[in-house]
Design a protein around this ligand. Structure first.
Ligand SMILES: [Fe+2]
Length: 242
């Protein structure tokens, strides 16, 4: 389905790689059950010079130095579960930054100053540069997704991804979950959203209102173009009238 796939994790840029105006990524290896899944931190430069840091992973001295060169870290965002493994490092490196997290992580860090729960808001703290939506994908998936207007990029954490790892296990498990060489939510979402498809469809439709071309997930490959078409195809089964 027409989307050019990005460099992914085989040509990792572990510090920060500029992929568009005011948009950078840093990638780390991540193996899950022996499958090369990779993980990606995304940084957006805001019009006022502040930085929005999405899914920070290991905050190495080099990464911190590069971020300090780029601007001041105003927002640190944990938009899905399990994206908290290295949060302590990022929060310690940028103690002045506001921390915005999904409700479960917000509760864990709520004693920290300048810590806020992510929600659907008409006016977000990052202004008009980035839009957001609390995406509903069943009771076990909590994620807020973002749209960076300037670069026309959709930022996801775990909602969808695409495995390129050609190993046997990746083929077997990735194939079973529907994400082997195919950009998709994992297939179990179909089960968890049974009976509430209308709610899921509303979230999919909300995202498809955004004119994005690129998709930057926190795992797997980047979708470099035709992102909206790729996303629409990934959720076509939801949008069919049921
Ligand atoms: Fe994740």
């Amino acid at each position: 389905m027409g989307g050019r796939i990005g460099s992914g994790f085989r040509e990792r840029e572990s510090v920060l790689q500029r992929i568009d105006d005011h948009l950078w990524i840093a990638e780390d290896p991540l193996k899950l059950f022996g499958i090369d899944l990779g993980r990606r931190m995304t940084v957006i430069g805001l019009p006022d010079g502040g930085l929005f840091v999405h899914s920070p992973w290991e905050m190495t001295a080099e990464r911190k130095r590069r971020l300090l060169e780029l601007g001041h870290v105003r927002f640190i965002v944990a938009s899905a579960g399990f994206h908290d493994l290295y949060l302590d490092q990022a929060l310690a490196a940028f103690p002045q930054g506001e921390f915005h997290a999904i409700p479960s992580l917000f509760r864990r860090f709520s004693s920290r100053l300048k810590t806020f729960p992510l929600s659907d808001r008409a006016v977000s703290p990052w202004g008009e540069a980035i839009e957001q939506h609390v995406f509903w994908a069943g009771p076990f998936h909590s994620e807020t997704v973002f749209f960076h207007r300037e670069s026309r990029s959709l930022l996801l954490a775990d909602l969808c991804f695409r495995l390129e790892d050609g190993g046997l296990l990746a083929r077997f498990l990735g194939g079973g979950f529907g994400v082997y060489r195919r950009f998709s939510p994992t297939r179990d979402i179909r089960l968890w959203t049974l009976g509430q498809r209308r709610r899921l469809r509303a979230s999919v439709d909300y995202v498809l209102e955004w004119p994005f071309t690129r998709i930057v997930p926190a795992h797997g490959e980047l979708v470099l173009e035709n992102g909206r078409t790729v996303f629409e195809a990934a959720f076509r089964w939801v949008r069919r009238k049921t």
